[in-house]
Design a protein around this ligand. Sequence first.
Ligand SMILES: Nc1ncnc2c1ncn2[C@@H]1O[C@H](COP(=O)(O)OP(=O)(O)OP(=O)(O)O)[C@@H](O)[C@H]1O
Length: 473
Amino acid sequence: MFLRVLTRRVRRYQGPSPPRVHHAQRRTATVQSTDVGHRRFSFTETDPHVVPGAPNKRVSVDPQGHELTKLEFQEEPLGLTRDQGHGYLRVSFGEAIGPDERYQVVRKLGWGMHGSVWMAYDRKAKKYVAVKALKGHMTDLFNKGVAWELPAWQRLASTPPAPGVEPGHIPPLLAHFIHRGREQDGEHLCFVTDVMGGDVKRLQIEGAKQKPFPLSLAKRILLHTLHGLAHMHHCEFVHTSLASDNIMFDVGSAEIVALIEGDPPRLHPREESWKGTVQAAVTQPLPLPPMVGATIRTYLLSDFSRAQPFGNHTLDVLTAPPLRAPEILLQGPWGKKIDIWAFGCLIYELVTAHALFEIGPRPQAGLDKSTAHLWQMLCTTQERIPREMIEKSQLGPHYFNLPCNPEELYCDLKVDMAVEANPFRALLKRHRILNDEDLSSTAKIMQRCLRLDPKERATAQELLQDPWWQGAA
Ligand SMILES: Nc1ncnc2c1ncn2[C@@H]1O[C@H](COP(=O)(O)OP(=O)(O)OP(=O)(O)O)[C@@H](O)[C@H]1O
């Protein structure tokens, strides 16, 4: 079974408190393998018997005589099979895929845990589109009813928005099809959608150079996202991975043509894989718009690879750690309100360019990672956790004391660490970005999202009525 150690994930929130929004990292994948077929593979960095192999492959022998292999890929690990948890699409530039060979692959736009995304020319509609090809393993999970990306997308596309919810903040699903993959990659469920200009995380890191967005731009991005989220909840799906890299913005067709003419598609050098060599396409996203151009883009809530229908939960890893709601940390019952908590964290992140919570243990205070996170939640919300939440969750009694007196409605953290007053307004003020009026109104809307008890959090539709949006478009 292959163990995949991803160094490309960009959800690392590091640095001094409060942590700055993470740096972009080069997307690469490292795979170390054990017990594949009849040969046992594993790898230790310190093994003294490492012998040189192909540039991306290190082979060594452990003291028991087992052969150890480590593969480092420049991008998605092509050639690792669906049964090994992968099976990424292998396709050539110019190759036509889909029904009647309708989509001609032009370049790679990106890749993630679930698949790779390609720009293609739609020969029937005569325009450029994006094709997201799920890896074989994910297509298997879809067939087993574990992954919900297609049903979510179909429901989002076919349901009229609720009153007060603006349409156009979810990428339309133009088509979907199955592409038979090469060798043991498996089948690829493919989604066809519009080409997007980029994501908000890249815009903040590369476009705004990690400085806070102007308040009007932050509000525009958040308002559009909230319309998308309200529609998603109206369709009875939880997004479960709301984050700035899953908010994308639109792009004009003239920009796409200019890009294709000015920056031809490229391939990486060949590299070693599980069996033989592979050659990955270089990720070539569209260039970012200048910041002034960002203020007129339409923002769309994207990536439904982790969407979950209300009441039918097949995933247990939910939301990037810094945006994770308390009920997830406690492994309690959860629903659409985990997206609202994440949205509250996102308000802070887009307004200040810093993450709201610092993720990591605090050894000097004797706090492990989750306790430190829960403690920060108590400090910022200035709330106590309801006893009911602790009783109904798997890990609640591990972190919180359950009082003997049944009349007692709240629980306290087991660790002996005083809860400090660190309310949202004070946190926002530290950045010296907002005037007094904006400080109060921003803190108020965050407070409506960031309640410890999910029942107390506002719904997406209620949040759309908040006075904070006045003047935002
Ligand atoms: N329609 C699109 N137009 C342009 N680029 C896109 C489009 N859809 C996705 N991308 C790019 O492809 C990358 C991977 O897409 P996506 O996030 O949907 O895949 P994923 O495997 O579900 O990712 P994750 O690991 O974040 O869950 C994104 O980072 C984005 O930059």
